[in-house]
Design a protein around this ligand. Structure first.
Ligand SMILES: Nc1ncnc2c1ncn2[C@@H]1O[C@H](COP(=O)(O)OP(=O)(O)OP(=O)(O)O)[C@@H](O)[C@H]1O
Ligand SMILES: [Mg+2]
Length: 252
């Protein structure tokens, strides 16, 4: 099996802080990959580099047969790499339908007033499909601003999957959620992973150990360990540097 994502000697500093420090890693398909690590470990910076939100100082990034290194955001998105943000971002005054539709139209380059009705109809169909998949149909015409936090998260996930991406990077998708909201979002992410490569940054260890097939641990911008949830739970370095104590991991 070939990795779908390869990172080679990637580095990014902010002033004196080496946020990502000569990082190399490969992620294998047919698995949900989780990236964990303490605050400031460089997880979000890694996602920012992969998706072109920031440029690397050195190193290379490959996704399937494409090199992503320092490509502009829109090109990376066109290759099929999408993300959700750590801080939720939808258009509050637009309806759920409009948020999804505008995302799809912008991706297809159809945002002009003279576009064909046929485009609109095929987009409408896809929007309805995504609303159904994420149980958002009942909010179709409601402004996104009135949705609960969990439903905004589902809308964001919808905006990420609507263009049929090949890989989605989720940055702390259940942060701040109730147990019920968490359960729903986790089940949706699991079902998305049947069709799309999924990489998830998450601090909630219950979620990580439930959802991930493989875990990569970052610390100080470097890879500390990689393995199955069991291997990571048993890894001495991880226990010492990341968790500080055994207790978090040995509750099963
Ligand atoms: N735009 C930026 N400007 C300056 N410093 C930054 C910037 N982005 C990240 N950093 C610094 O880089 C380091 C890594 O940050 P990053 O956000 O990648 O960590 P993280 O692993 O996502 O942490 P968390 O779990 O808290 O989200 C931190 O020391 C952070 O302060
Ligand atoms: Mg982060």
């Amino acid at each position: 099996m070939k990795p779908f994502l390869r990172i080679e000697n990637l580095s990014k500093s902010f002033g004196g802080v080496k946020a990502v420090n000569d990082l190399s890693l490969s992620l294998m398909p047919n698995k949900i990959n989780a990236i964990i690590g303490p605050n400031g470990a460089g997880k979000t910076t890694l996602f920012n580099l992969i998706t072109g939100f920031i440029k690397s100082d050195s190193g290379r990034i490959f996704f399937e047969d494409s090199e992503l290194t320092n490509l502009p955001i829109h090109q990376i998105s066109r290759i099929g790499v999408k993300r959700t943000l750590q801080i939720k971002s939808v258009f509050n005054s637009m309806s759920v339908f409009e948020n999804l539709w505008i995302t799809l139209s912008a991706h297809r380059g159809n945002l002009n007033p003279f576009k064909k009705v046929a485009h609109y109809l095929s987009e409408k169909e896809r929007v309805e499909e995504v609303m159904e998949q994420l149980d958002l149909g009942r909010f179709r015409d409601a402004p996104a601003g009135i949705l609960s936090y969990g439903d905004v998260a589902l809308l964001e996930i919808g905006m990420a999957i609507i263009t049929h991406p090949k890989m989605i990077l989720f940055d702390e998708p259940v942060c701040g959620m109730s147990p019920q909201e968490t359960e729903k979002v986790v089940s949706k992410i699991t079902s998305i992973a049947d069709q799309t490569h999924v990489v998830i940054i998450e601090h909630d260890m219950d979620v990580v150990f439930k959802i991930a097939d493989e875990i990569t641990v970052l610390a100080f911008g470097q890879k500390l360990a990689t393995g199955t949830p069991r291997e990571i739970a048993d890894n001495q370095k991880v226990k010492e540097i990341y968790f500080g104590t055994d207790e978090v991991l040995n509750n099963d």
